[in-house]
Design a protein around this ligand. Sequence first.
Ligand code: IF1
Length: 402
Amino acid sequence: MKNSTIERELLYGADNYEPLPVVLVRGEGVYVWDEEGKRYLDMMSAYSAVSHEHCHPRLVKALQEQAAKLAVVSRAFFTDKLGAFLKRACELTGFEKALPMNSGAEAVETALKAARKWAYTVKGVESDKAEIIACHGNFHGRTIAIVGLSTIPQYKAGFGPFPAGLKVVPYGDAEALEKAITPNTAAFLIEPIKGEGGIIVPPAGYLKACAEICKKHNVLMICDEIQTGLGRTGKLLAFQHEGIKPDAVVLGKALGGGLLPVSLFLTRKEIMDVFTPGDHGSTFGGNPLAAVVGDMALQVLVEDKLIERAATMGEYFQKQLRSIRSPLIKEVRGRGLLIGLEVVDGYHAHDICLKLLEHGILTKETHRTVIRFAPPLIITEEQIDTVIKALTQVFTEVKAEV
Ligand code: IF1
């Protein structure tokens, strides 16, 4: 596709993504437009960072007003906005303390550092022996420590060596977790639903069993809700589907209201208190601009009843996807509006995403065979019907080409 905008981005940018051949210029609600003025239904929501909607008016207004008043002052000083944001986040999630960062990976790194220091200063693990356990097929970010936990070869190739004390266990197997725990285990880091791993919902009772095992062995259970949190799966936090309360949770993506990076590490006081002044921080973490946007993002989530919408619209979306009669469909799975449609072997989800693009539907595959459907939580039944119609047509076209 000859396009000077694309060529300029490729000429000056790194080749670390392979974007679909579309140049987006505007977003509003569940829609985005390309530079030719063509409108698309967004089924990606920037990997669930745009759960509210594109350029939500209340969020944009909050951003504009604060940006014109006070934006970044560093944590060398207090501000009038950070405490209000942290209070709302703690009260909404039921954790005592919150540490603000920017990207999801930064908040995950914060969690890992807290877990290790807690292991040494509270649990009594020997210095530099703390171990972290994660799951096969995990995705927690792109830093070297987090990638050290990855089992995706490409995410690790060429970036070693990795920190010590990092282990992985099969996802969905609580027994394997218990077997992997040693007296040096600090924490178990888990996505309540695997996002990048192909939108995998674990077996019922798995998270509960893990929580019990962690408690039994004095291991911190940390839920990475960067993608599954903030209403995406039909509950405020995905772990709530299992009626558990982990020791800590990490939030990001939609916490920034689809406008800027805001992330949080939340836990109880005993764990957060391992940090003393100067231990950890970030230039932009907790800046008043991000605090105002994060605070408004939480307010809008509750006031616009987006969590309830994700539950009801997610149910409708899955029902409609399951009503499509096509030999290409292997499985429809997910929770709320975090849905994956797996195509049978021999078909590439990427090819289907390219055809969906022609039909005005924007999404990308996760893993070769899974098409992600994770729209902004304000999506309507009528818009879902439009997606189903387009998908049915695409499956017919693809089948015909075989
Ligand atoms: C990319 C994946 C999704 C995340 C979970 C932490 C982070 C992410 C559960 C880190 C970020 C993004 C990163 C982006 C693509 C996307 C992604 F495909 F990579 F895995 F969503 F599934 N925990 N996920 O999903 O947050 O530092 O990015 O703010 O790196 O290509 P971040």
